[in-house]
Unconditional design. Structure first.
Length: 338
């Protein structure tokens, strides 16, 4: 039976590339099988403290089934792996890198408390900031395995296909944010991270004087400066006139959510109010393509619906992508508008 298995192995895998060291080897191969008591993946995983494993359970739960290696064009997982052809840029590859990164940190006697995110209660100390600058300047002089993990994480599109298509649902964007938050506690963040994270907070202020800011943002100098400093090109122009002026033109008269809640609580919620349509604004559309919002509100009015524009929850996606976990936790604590 053993020889027959080796004969089959020789026919289909003469160079012993498929699962080498397991089950059997090709005929005339001098490669030996793995011993039964050889180290398994779980032996390395157990070196990581339990509390850290719980914190990074998305990466720890990956069982290596390899469904993310699928090249089927109709499969949504994983786009970065399909384009690059590099298995390190797959959910399985990223989970493996994070587990090894955590294990190496444990070997270096890094405290589990330092690997579990805790909101800062005070501003960053000057000494910590100076240390970040020093570590960033010495990036290319000192080897750090976290740079390899960072390179794999930077190719992730955060599309969350793995969160739904993976049988284990490991959700790479979640532990990607956890890793990046810890990575940037040692190394400086690029300027573009702060720009992207705060853009939705700055846009409402800029929209009050759109012509003034458009004059600078659309200039040739600003285009070149933005490309060199934050890697952005073709900066969009703010809508002129802004959304507030266009809403006045279409006859929009807002009503507060508080008044609607009072009507619903008191039972004075007429059939007219039942046809109220809540519009959750997208910040980029509202400030950079305001005419779309104004035209949509005008259409709703003609269809006989009552309109109510709601403010969006700002920068949640951006804070997730750029791993501003402190800002993200503050937003999650904020009472949802609905």
């Amino acid at each position: 039976m053993w020889q027959e298995l080796r004969y089959i192995k020789t026919l289909f895998d003469p160079y012993n590339r498929l699962n080498p060291g397991k089950i059997c080897t090709p005929l005339e191969s001098e490669t030996s099988l793995y011993p039964i008591d050889s180290q398994m993946r779980a032996d390395f995983d157990r070196q990581i403290p339990i509390q850290v494993r719980e914190e990074f359970k998305g990466a720890m739960n990956c069982n290596g089934n390899g469904l993310c290696f699928n090249f089927d064009v109709h499969s949504t997982m994983c786009p970065s792996m399909k384009v690059s052809g590099n298995r390190l840029y797959s959910p399985k590859g990223r989970a493996t890198l994070v587990r090894e990164w955590l294990r190496l940190l444990t070997e270096q006697n890094v405290s589990p408390d330092d690997l579990i995110f805790k909101p800062r209660k005070q501003a960053v100390k000057l000494a910590d900031f100076v240390a970040k600058i020093r570590n960033t300047l010495n990036k290319n002089k000192e080897y750090d395995f976290s740079h390899e993990v960072k390179a794999a994480m930077d190719t992730c599109l955060a599309c969350k296909a793995c969160a739904s298509q993976c049988p284990i649902k490991i959700d790479v964007p979640t532990f990607r944010s956890q890793f990046n938050e810890l990575y940037h506690s040692r190394y400086l963040r690029p300027l573009k991270d702060y720009v992207v994270s705060n853009l939705e907070f700055i846009a409402p202020l800029m929209a009050k004087q759109p012509r003034f800011f458009n004059f600078f943002s659309t200039s040739t100098f600003a285009e070149k400066a933005a490309n060199k400093t934050i890697g952005m090109t073709y900066l969009p122009a703010l809508s002129v006139p802004n959304l507030q002026h266009q809403l006045v033109e279409v006859g929009y008269q807002g009503e507060s959510l508080e008044s609607l809640e009072q009507q619903a609580t008191s039972g004075d919620f007429s059939a007219k109010n039942c046809k109220t349509l809540f519009i959750v604004q997208d910040p980029f559309t509202s400030y950079y393509d305001a005419k779309v919002v104004a035209d949509f509100i005008a259409l709703i009015k003609k269809l006989g619906f009552k309109r109510l524009c709601c403010h969006s929850s700002q920068a949640v996606k951006h804070n997730t992508l750029k791993a501003f976990c402190i800002n993200l936790r503050k937003q999650r604590k904020t009472k949802p508008i609905f």
